[in-house]
Design a protein around this ligand. Sequence first.
Ligand code: NAX
Length: 327
Amino acid sequence: MAPVNVTVTGAAGQIGYALLFRIASGALLGPDTKVNLRLLEIPAAVKAAEGTAMELDDCAFPLLAGIEVTDDAKKAFDGANVALLVGARPRTKGMERGDLLEANGGIFKPQGEAINAGAASDIKVLVVGNPANTNALIAQQHAPDVPAGRFTAMTRLDHNRALSQLATKLGVTVEDIKKLTIWGNHSATQYPDVFHAEVNGKNAAELVNDEAWLADSFIPTVAKRGAAIIEARGASSAASAANAAIDHVHDWVLGTPAGDWTSMAIPSDGSYGVPEGIISSFPVTCADGEYSIVQGLEVNEFSRARIDASVAELVEERDAVKGLGLI
Ligand code: NAX
């Protein structure tokens, strides 16, 4: 089988450094799939990315068929089967939201165009760089020939954080928990939902039996975990973010386990009252390289208000990028 072409942007950054070695080791696509890595960076960081490529060479990974480093998006995405869009413009002090969206438009518009121009017909895109959901929307809107559903954004880190918090609360392991969901935006408004989650077959919300803990402790702890990591580590989440990116693409390509689901931000088809086209997080199952939204879940009042608030923020972000002429 020909190697799979995996393009990673922001390859010289801290997530890139935690991500590339795991992709090359087989954690992304399994132990039987060889990969070609394409590393895209801005010109000033190409040398650093070349340094990472040297280290990748030095690992002598049997599954790593080749590495290319470039600052040219057209080259980086040519023939790409999987694209991990990690590089983004962070918010700096005094930056208004419009400036942030505009700066990211300047990154994700040309990358969308390059994906449209040259990616393989089975391209799957995961956007990690923030604001991830809206950056994914921008790239998608500039790739009209690629099926819209191939553009996704990452809420798997939030999902994994929620699993870990719930496991600690209930004194179980993460493996014991199934069917947890992150809804909405990868932002402080995200909603980690335990009402359908099962712990060894029992309903998680019933086991917790404490709505105040959910509202005042669990949800804010998960939503603000990124800030807590920065406070403790002096740098933002990197290895856990890379791990979540691996999990997202791994499950999309290779499937979710039977009896469980995961969370992915994907273009809404209108399910659960989320306006069509918005890239919002849903409970999904994956099989044969395709995801589908888990249907028919009852959404209680507690959940409805929180899903609606996060979706409203996504609608606002979409309208803002529309207003700026970015989509
Ligand atoms: P770093 O600043 O360490 O690295 C970013 C890299 O992207 C830099 O090397 C930079 O040169 C590169 N870059 C910038 N513009 C580029 C372009 N046009 N083409 C190619 N490369 C470009 O950031 P890092 O800690 O790696 O985080 C990357 C992104 O992930 C940030 O936007 C961050 O906010 C986001 N995150 C998203 C998470 C999620 O759950 N969705 C969680 C972790 C992380 O905060």
